[in-house]
Design a protein around this ligand. Sequence first.
Ligand code: PLP
Ligand code: LYS
Length: 411
Amino acid sequence: MRFDDVDLAQLADRLPTPFYAYSASAIRERIGALAAGLAGTDSLVCYAVKANSNRAVLALVADAGFGADIVSAGELERSLAAGIPASRIVFSGVGKTADEIDAALAARVWKFNVESHDELLTLEAVARRRGETAHAAVRINPDVDAGTHEKISTGKAENKFGVSIDEARRWFADAASMPHVRLDGLHVHIGSQILSLDPFRLALERVRDFARELQDAGHALASIDVGGGLGVGYRDDRDRPVSAGDYVALVREVLRDFNGRLVFEPGRWLVADAGVLVTRAIRIKRGESRDFLVLDAAMNDLLRPSLYGAWHDIVPLVDAARAPARYDVVGPVCETGDTFALARDMPECRAGDVVAIRSAGAYGACMASTYNSRPLVAEVLLDNGRWAIVRRRQTIAELVANECLPEWRDA
Ligand SMILES: Cc1ncc(COP(=O)(O)O)c(C=O)c1O
Ligand SMILES: N[C@@H](CCCC[NH3+])C(=O)O
């Protein structure tokens, strides 16, 4: 399999597996398509850093003039280090601490997407202490079912994210009591891996109607942030993702009367298809009722199948003429949930074969852990036939480096 003009099987002969490989060209292509759809609008794309926070990926985002949607002080630091200016950074999340808010104000981030009244009070207090004014958007929870996996749905009333329109209305009415917060935006993000335009339309219409109401009441709105959520096709035979062009057209149509800036926070759509997890078969285990393809990658490296039952194409990089086979594809971790796929059809595999797990560029390496004391794997950037390690594999010494014995044992 060639990926960004690099032969992945040959690369696996040079580098120990497993490793993630990202195509810079594929990311640039998505960036270009989105930028083209937004040409001529007052808009800002703030890449959701959580989707893939490798610095080399963030540098591609910075090159494009895009900003960042961050959810922690760590993501703030990464984004700034990668060259994304603070003036293009929005700070989301239900659990921003006072220290994180302070750090973000010190860096002069553009906007806080505020998700609770307590957070609003904290923002006011921290900004007052600093003698500054924070710009804030209220994250609206529009109570819309995004039709996605329940663990990644964020726009229903029972989800922890955002506040109701009724609550937001009270915040705006009470804005004078918050002299150090300028409430001048609305934000909405209803979930991830959304494969239909309908929930987006519903959420946008609710936000648009509320924006009109606020403007009629004399509140100036500088921005509406429509979040991320655009899905990708993990399964060719089932997933029918909406095109970015249609999505952008929908946002532009619903918000056509809005004069301020439109903010987009795509994560997955920009990077998922640009990543492959390259692994090797350790062995085939013949079971009573099934055969197991045991890979050297596991749930700690790519959690999505275990966590959401998510589908990822699994492609052995072998001669297609091999006999057909069916495997439960598993990793070495001691959990039954360490399963990438059940009863998956593919060419017969042998120990040592290279196996590519596709569409792993989003929520892959960034969600990895060291469970079972398995070091974090390397990440490699491919670019038109070139490749470079952009995060080297963790060593076991590094993995245990922060551990120590209690002092009473040393004594
Ligand atoms: C506030 C916010 N914006 C953007 C995103 C990015 O979502 P996606 O990767 O689905 O585009 C997320 C994650 O779901 C999020 O929580
Ligand atoms: N981590 C999830 C998406 C969550 C999006 C973040 N709010 C996934 O892999 O699909």
